[in-house]
Design a protein around this ligand. Structure first.
Ligand SMILES: Nc1ncnc2c1ncn2[C@@H]1O[C@H](COP(=O)(O)OP(=O)(O)OP(=O)(O)O)[C@@H](O)[C@H]1O
Length: 562
């Protein structure tokens, strides 16, 4: 589209470019792994890393002076180096910059799991499964939860929040637990006799199943019956039978099914020690209101205990988890938890925002006492993995799918998630992509459980290249290889943008996010760019290449000023 980009400075990836554009160009180099481009940059600046080009702290970079575009080389994390396997999605094309860039951006703390107070047997299991170094948020969360604190865990997508709560639970519950805890409560060799000891709630079946698999991975095949899935859409009678037969110590499920089983008396959770709310901001949305109320009132609450009394609160440990923690979550934590702490990648702090007497609202982002609160935007900014690169492309509605296809070819993306807002249109996009020879499949809530899990399996094993989906897949879905996220429709706000974007660039890997929009929608992209404090560069596709448009950079403002 020459007319669209003619007035701006244009970068054609793989061709010559002036060295003064090193910052923007370096991003393209990393994106495409083009040795041609690299060779033109290196003689002037030495080898580049993510931090050296400022991508790791893009917000900072964005706000800083334009003259200091190339930073000095930082030292790679020893912790990740010791893992010995590169995380890159472009492994085959990798050149020396790529590995350093990935190491730099990986969220690992320079610690081992043994420093976190976990039992030896659990650490052995972790090592067997290839988990040798905790991520930063795991290093902060595990000891904090082990000390019996109620917590909110907030860290960006793909930073390992699941293990951050799963490990301290397994340190106390089930066969891998610390023997110190053996004499506690009713006691029991495998922990089974104690009944349900941990309830983990997730907003979707897919996420629930994924959490179960993570538990099973750590527990090992022999112990996998310690955890039981209770997701909606699955056969309820079979779940009830499994509860009776296996007597699991941990259940993971969706709010509806857990509340249903609890109300019917088939799931007894009054003696439960842990209640985990994964994707808590989603769980507190209006849709889940009644079920969440039942769960919060019953799990870990002995019958007869007054929920308004502190004594009632202390019976269970509450763990709330999300990449985005809006005001409503802080309020919920204060109301339902006991002096909860906020755990982030490198810090643990008390919640100071709302007085404990304030009522909990189970609606999404309720009006806060401070109408100018920038909490949602701040939360979104902190939820983004640092190694992501963000672009937008302007096109007409009828050309969106073609732009998607050209983008996939230009970036040679292998695992693509394309988001839309309306379920009805997903099929049409799949049809168009397949007609052009690209393997695609739709994934949405109207499909049955089996169809959903089959599609997801096919996507994960590479049979399907493009997963066309809606908000269902925006949260929690962990497909490590996902290298491209495309917004075919604009997300409703920066929080939704952050969760969609977070399906790529997981655990320090590279990732690209492209928003395909029409001209009148560009202002929305600009607004999200400001709210998130990230650069979202304009781009186009021609001759199988990505053209990145250099735009005038305006300083970002905080979310509250937008
Ligand atoms: N210490 C670790 N070492 C290696 N891999 C890890 C480690 N911790 C987590 N992972 C892996 O990283 C991936 C991302 O973890 P996880 O899904 O828990 O991220 P998350 O922060 O919960 O993301 P989201 O916010 O999108 O739900 C998973 O595949 C997980 O198995």
């Amino acid at each position: 589209m020459p007319t669209l980009i003619s007035s701006r400075f244009l970068l054609l990836v793989g061709e010559s470019f002036p060295i003064r554009r090193a910052w923007a160009t370096s991003r393209s180099v990393l994106l495409h792994g083009s040795v041609n481009c690299l060779s033109q940059v290196e003689p002037h600046h030495g080898s580049l890393t993510l931090s050296s080009i400022g991508v790791q702290s893009e917000t900072e970079q964005w706000n800083r002076s334009k003259s200091s575009k190339v930073k000095p080389l930082g030292s790679p994390s020893e912790a990740l180096k010791s893992k010995g396997k590169p995380l890159g999605i472009n492994k085959k094309k990798a050149f020396k910059v790529t590995e350093k860039q990935q190491i730099e951006s990986a969220p690992f703390a320079a610690k081992s799991f043994s420093e976190l107070g976990l039992p030896h047997v659990l650490i052995e299991r972790l090592e067997k499964e290839g988990f040798t170094v905790p991520t930063e948020v795991q290093s902060a969360a595990v000891p904090t939860i082990l000390k019996n604190n109620d917590v909110i865990i907030q860290s960006y997508t793909g930073s390992g929040k699941t293990l951050a709560y799963l490990l301290p639970i397994l340190a106390v519950v089930g066969p891998l637990r610390d023997k110190v805890h053996e004499g506690n409560g009713d006691g029991g060799e495998s922990g089974k006799k104690l009944g349900i000891e941990a309830v983990v709630v997730a907003p979707s079946r897919e996420l629930g199943m994924q959490i179960v698999r993570e538990f099973e991975k750590v527990l090992g095949m022999d112990n996998r019956k310690v955890v039981q899935q209770l997701v909606g859409g699955a056969n309820r009678t079979r779940q009830e039978e499994a509860l009776k037969k296996n007597k699991p110590a941990i259940v993971v499920g969706t709010p509806g099914r857990i509340a249903e089983l609890s109300a019917s008396g088939k799931l007894r959770t009054h003696g439960c020690r842990y209640l985990v709310l994964d994707e808590v901001d989603e769980l507190l949305s209006f849709n889940f209101r009644e079920d969440m109320h039942r769960i919060l009132e019953h799990v870990g609450r002995r019958s007869g205990a007054d929920p308004n009394q502190n004594s009632g609160k202390a019976e269970r440990q509450l763990v709330m988890v999300s990449a985005t923690v809006p005001f409503s979550v802080v309020r919920a934590a204060r109301s339902w938890g006991c002096d909860p702490l906020l755990v982030q990648a490198k810090k643990v702090a008390p919640l100071e925002i709302v007085s404990p007497s304030e009522p909990v609202s189970l609606s999404r982002f309720p009006p806060s006492p401070n109408p100018n609160s920038s909490m949602p935007s701040q939360a979104a900014a902190e939820s983004l993995p640092p190694a992501l690169q963000h672009y937008y492309c302007v096109t007409r509605l009828q050309h969106k799918v073609d732009t998607l296809r050209r983008c996939i070819h230009a970036l040679d993306a292998k695992f693509v998630i394309a988001f839309m807002n309306h379920t009805k249109q997903l099929k049409d996009v799949v049809f168009k992509l397949e007609a052009r020879g690209m393997k695609a499949a739709e994934l949405h809530g109207d499909l049955g459980k089996l169809a959903r899990s089959t599609t997801l399996k096919k996507f994960k094993n590479g049979e399907v290249r493009v997963l066309v989906t809606n908000e269902l897949s925006a949260r929690g879905l962990d497909v490590a290889e996902c290298d491209l996220v495309v917004n075919l429709d604009l997300p409703t706000d920066s929080i939704h943008y952050a969760h969609r974007a977070g399906r790529t660039g997981r655990l320090g890997r590279n990732g690209t996010v492209l928003t395909i929009c029409e001209e009148p929608e560009v202002f929305v992209v600009k607004k999200m760019q400001k709210q998130l404090g990230i650069p979202i560069s304009s781009c186009d596709f021609a001759e199988g290449k990505m053209l990145i448009t250099e735009e005038e950079r305006t300083p970002t403002t905080s979310g509250s000023e937008v």
